[in-house]
Ligand binder design. Structure first.
Ligand code: UDP
Ligand code: MG
Length: 318
């Protein structure tokens, strides 16, 4: 088999502190893979600048001028991590045989790439990078992050446990992923839906080399909610179930009220009535909110706006 051409796709948002350090590590890895004869010489490191407000794009341009293995594209504005990764993957899919997406902060162990490429050479089209330990994350981050995966799966959005967006995808699988036209993208949930032979590679997660995380708890919760509502209708089913349970309980309550009324016991409980009315009001609003979220998504999907807009490239398009 001919040696595959690899593109390492790296989203970057306000990473001027990190990029000068990690870019060298990525190039070293690429060189060692090329040296080992696993990938072809035209492999590249593709940075995706996600509308950074600092000097990230300037750094990418400088790197591209220094070494032909570095290339970069820039999004016209900040669209978030998922859109940045998708933009990079779609840009790469017609130019290479395999892509590996990885964050630029050095948290994911680049040495897992060797195993990923080996798994591809063994016939896998998708290789998930899975964190085996999170010792360097704080207890709080670890607890919330692991809760995130459990909640996702429980809500019907199947994701690979402890796998983020560090993965190898072959261009063949990417061509199929390109047919998933949704604008609400959650790659962790979409890639398993593409199918093909896949496997996992385990690695240890390190601390961020510099700068700080863009995913505090608030963003993580919104990512979880977004992922769930993009991939599954289980929350709506749960609402249906909840409605049924409450209806049955109320029916029993009505029978009880009638029977005790007939037996001459008039009920005094005003407070308990108000409590139940408020509780019901709250539950109804919550359920409406969940349904509204889905309607909002339908609204966005019907508009079918572009998922990313590339404004600059470090090379000249013919
Ligand atoms: N990122 C991005 N756009 C954003 C936020 C983040 O492209 O709007 C990139 C960021 O530069 C990094 C990756 O996504 O390469 C993951 O972000 P971060 O390390 O902050 O998240 P964490 O690892 O803490 O979950
Ligand atoms: Mg990170």
């Amino acid at each position: 088999m001919e040696r595959p051409c690899l593109y390492i796709v790296i989203p970057c948002y306000n990473e001027e502190q990190v990029l000068p350090i990690t870019s060298g590590m990525f190039l070293e890895k690429l060189n060692s893979l090329m040296g080992a004869g696993k990938i072809s010489e035209d492999s590249r490191i593709l940075f995706v600048n996600d509308g950074s407000k600092d000097g990230t794009w300037e750094i990418i341009c400088r790197l591209a001028a220094e070494d032909p293995h570095y290339i970069g594209i820039s999004q016209s504005r900040n669209r978030g991590h998922q859109n940045a990764v998708l933009a990079g993957l779609m840009e790469a899919k017609d130019r290479c045989d395999i892509t590996i997406s990885i964050d630029c902060d050095g948290q994911d162990d680049i040495n897992a790439m060797d195993e990923m490429v080996d798994a591809y050479l063994d016939g896998c089209e998708i290789v998930y990078g899975v964190r085996s330990r999170r010792d360097t994350d704080t207890f709080f981050k670890r607890f919330t992050a692991e809760g995130f995966y459990k909640l996702m799966n429980w809500m019907g959005a199947e994701v690979v446990y402890n796998h983020a967006d560090y993965r190898l995808i072959s261009s063949r699988a990417l061509q199929e992923l390109a047919n998933f036209k949704e604008v609400n993208i959650f790659l962790r949930g979409m890639v398993p839906l593409v199918g093909f032979k896949s496997t996992s590679v385990y690695y240890e997660r390190h601390e961020r080399i510099a700068g700080k995380s863009h995913y505090p708890l608030r963003k993580m919760l919104s990512l979880a909610f977004d992922g769930i509502t993009s991939l599954s209708v289980r929350p709506i089913r749960l609402i249906t179930g909840l409605g049924l349970v409450i209806a049955v309980l109320s029916f029993i309550g009505v029978i009880w009220a009638v029977v005790s009324g007939l037996m001459g016991n008039t009920v005094t409980g005003w407070a308990s009535t108000v409590c139940i009315v408020c509780l019901m009001g709250g539950i109804q609003l919550l359920c409406l909110g969940v349904i509204g979220e889905y309607i909002g998504k339908i609204y966005l999907e019907t508009k079918a706006r572009p998922r990313y807009i590339i404004s600059d490239r470090t090379w000249e398009e013919p």
